[in-house]
Design a protein around this ligand. Structure first.
Ligand code: MOS
Length: 742
């Protein structure tokens, strides 16, 4: 039967409910007798809590008050390292750290009451810069404040430096970034000893939250339930953080005898108190032959992890594993460190460490091209990775890979060569406005790193109903990225049924299996793959045992399901992740296949810098990528457009202004993100190169578009200003001014 759904762009599964206002976000849920929760936070970066006083101006007996000592289970958020408390016990480690919780039926009253809790501290020495060497009193994690240290090498870089004709070194810096999902963090919780804990929320990972709550309350798995509510954006910000918030609301409800407690952050609180992208500093030293051949790369990456580990080890891991780019290099040494600081913990953010290192390497290559008197494009071309080559991790490129095709498409669509010439002419003739164009080449690994998918052992499945509809059962969440539709298309195609026959069950831990988190560019490729195989098995079963003809209509399908169900059993099929056997990874040496598959891309930014205001304005953007297969081309292009806008924001506008480790500009009015007038038309192109193990050839794409814009934009700024060393973002007007004048 013919392929009719994958590769087309039908209406989104949740689209009707969203545009008609029927979709329920967590704040739309109405519970009788609901209390509103608020958090009292630390006001110093580090110290011992000495006293907590409740101002008699407030009728405290009307309030529910929760402190660390009220926690029934373990006061630790269980992610990678169990170091972060849900509520501070004796010591606080960053400004904004939650210390106690308040709830009241009157929302205005609880919001006001927060300032009447007076906390005194004995201050302790904090550490606020990731590269400061801590003294003994500042050590707060392990023996050296290092959350994670990674090292790996190929060849021997030290043998190259003495002999290589061209050497270059540079330091590259990227700032923190706020997710700014449209919908702030929010949950509602009902918790009691009798009924267990139920949380409704805006979140990416129902089973992460589920695990966190079982630990916090010391409850068995079947006494905890997490229900996904339609979610207005995540970008990684709702990967781990919602577990903390769910814990808070549930603790208040528990103490309130099971009354529902709603906690919805205001935008200010959300920006102040939730995780952000890790700030980074990357040092690169490289060696080239005279013709531009890359001989050695020595890369050192520092990431600021903040005051608790959260996901920093894996962010660093993805960062270093994307640091060497899509190039062949015989000698590579990579070292990475994620550091403790007394800052608000940094966490997951689309790209997960890769945007930071891709920025550093791609900038570095442009500088090398300048030194070598080659065009940035030529230099990259000379060093491209091909099928049969190995990466810095010794990963063999098994699949076909044609970076030339991706790059050429980007150059043609952007009129790169003509514009290089035209802009050089324009810049000679104009002193107030300068034009520039820049290219970046990069990849993004699909799915969890290394053996991560094996350890997750995700389970997903489908269930056929008697009416001939088929339910999709996964824990994958819909946060605007189109997962419900994309997964439904894969199932519809594999079952040869129209899309309307596919029902995506709302992720609710009582109803769906643990298919892992909705992160890491894994949903389409990994979960889609499990669903495709489940659907193929379902068709085979119906052919074999229920008389489904080889060519069939939806009615034939329904009839066969009825027959199967009557004669045998309910027809549901679940698959568990199986790692492709040729994909091996050694976590000790950091060698092998870090990812089963990669998406590859070439991005071109075209911009203008105003030398009166020192503002850069992106005029055109071309994004060409190989994501295997676009299951829903409109959704896929939308993902790319959104990621590029977010990348342009990170490169030019978004400045998290930190003071003592906390975001000072935590308002929409002074944390500037690009609006529609700041974002050019983003022209998206797919080079389809189906991946054998992906559903209908698909790989991951969610994070990819965050990796490439910043280096392309910075490169275009370098071109426009004729300043080759553009090494730090965001490129705010003051930074551009310094480049011009420096
Ligand atoms: Mo993500 S940054 O893998 O939610």
């Amino acid at each position: 039967m013919k392929n009719t759904i994958v590769g087309t762009s039908p209406w989104r599964k949740e689209g009707y409910d969203k545009v008609t206002g029927k979709a329920k976000y967590v704040d739309d849920l109405i519970f009788p007798d609901c209390l509103y929760g608020k958090t009292v936070r630390s006001t110093i970066p580090r110290g011992k809590i000495q006293s907590i006083q409740f101002d008699p101006k407030i009728p405290w007996d009307e309030f529910v008050i929760v402190m660390a000592k009220d926690i029934p289970g373990k006061n630790r958020v269980p992610i990678i390292v169990h170091d972060e408390p849900f509520l501070a016990e004796q010591e606080v480690r960053y400004i904004g750290e939650p210390i106690l919780l308040l709830a009241h039926s009157n929302q205005a009253m609880v919001e006001e009451a927060v300032q009447y809790v007076h906390i005194t501290y004995e201050p302790l020495p904090a550490i606020l810069d990731m590269e400061d060497v801590p003294n003994a009193e500042q050590i707060q994690y392990g023996s050296d404040n290092v959350f994670k240290h990674i090292q790996f090498a190929k060849g021997n870089v030290d043998e190259v430096w003495g002999k290589a004709p061209v050497l270059l070194s540079g330091k590259y810096e990227t700032g923190a970034q706020e997710h700014l999902y449209i919908e702030p963090q929010g949950v509602v919780a009902c918790a009691s000893r009798e009924n267990g804990v139920t949380v409704w929320g805006s979140l990416q990972c129902p089973y992460y939250m589920h695990k966190g709550l079982t630990v916090l309350f010391g409850l068995p798995e079947n006494k905890v339930r997490v229900v996904f509510c339609m979610t207005g954006g995540g970008f990684g910000g709702k990967e781990e953080f919602p577990t903390n918030l769910a814990g808070h609301a549930a603790l208040l409800s528990w103490k309130a005898g099971g009354k529902p407690v709603k906690m919805i952050y205001s935008r200010e609180e959300d920006m102040l108190a939730t995780t952000k992208r890790h700030p980074s500093r990357t040092y690169i030293r490289s060696a080239f032959a005279k013709d531009g051949q890359l001989l050695a790369l020595d890369i050192k990456v520092f990431m600021d992890g903040g005051a608790y580990v959260t996901l920093s080890p894996v962010v660093l891991s993805r960062g270093v594993l994307h640091s060497f780019g899509p190039y062949v290099c015989p000698n590579v040494r990579v070292e990475g460190k994620a550091m403790f600081t007394n800052s608000n913990p940094y966490g997951a953010f689309r790209g997960f460490g890769a945007p930071q290192t891709v920025f550093a390497l791609e900038r570095h290559l442009d500088e090398a091209a300048y030194l070598l008197k080659l065009s940035p494009v030529e230099l990259r071309r000379k060093n491209f990775l091909h099928q049969g080559d190995t990466m810095a991790t010794s990963q063999l490129i098994r699949e076909s890979l044609n970076l030339e095709q991706i790059l050429d498409k980007a150059l043609v669509e952007s009129h790169y060569t003509e514009k290089c010439q035209a802009y050089a002419d324009f810049n000679r003739k104009n002193s107030k406005r300068k034009k520039g164009i820049g290219v970046s080449m990069f990849f993004h690994g699909s799915g969890f790193t290394g053996s991560g998918e094996v350890m997750l052992a995700s389970k997903a499945g489908i269930r056929a109903r008697l009416d001939g509809c088929v339910e999709v059962l996964t824990a994958q969440t819909e946060m605007g990225q189109g997962a419900f539709t994309t997964l439904a298309q894969i199932v519809a195609e594999a079952l040869h049924l129209p899309l309307e026959k596919i029902v995506v069950v709302n992720p609710d831990t009582n109803l769906v299996p643990n298919s892992g988190p909705t992160v890491a560019s894994r949903t389409c490729m990994i979960i889609g793959g499990l669903l495709q195989r489940a659907a193929q098995d379902m068709v085979s079963l119906l052919h074999e045992f229920a008389g489904l003809p080889m060519e069939y209509t939806p009615d034939d399908f329904a009839t066969a399901v009825q027959k199967y169900t009557q004669e045998k059993a309910e027809l549901s099929i679940f698959h568990q992740y199986q790692h492709p056997p040729e994909i091996q990874w050694d976590d000790k040496t950091y060698t092998g296949s870090a990812y089963a598959a990669y998406a590859w891309a070439a991005y071109v930014a075209d911009l203008e810098v105003d030398l009166v205001t020192y503002q850069a304005e992106v005029k055109d953007f071309v994004a060409v990528q190989d994501i295997g297969k676009a299951i829903h081309p409109v959704i896929a292009a939308g993902q790319i457009e959104g990621g590029v806008a977010q990348g342009i924001g990170w490169a030019l506008f978004e400045n998290v202004s930190l003071e003592q480790g906390v975001m000072k500009n935590h308002q929409f009015s002074n944390y500037i993100i690009p609006t529609t007038v700041d974002v050019p038309s983003i022209r998206v192109f797919f080079v389809e190169n189906p991946y054998a193990n992906g559903p209908f050839g698909a790989k991951g794409l969610g994070e990819l578009p965050m990796d490439g814009p910043a280096p392309a934009v910075a490169s275009a700024v370098a071109f426009a200003l004729e300043r080759p060393y553009v090494r730090a973002i965001p490129l705010l007007p003051e930074r551009i001014m310094n480049l011009v004048e420096g």
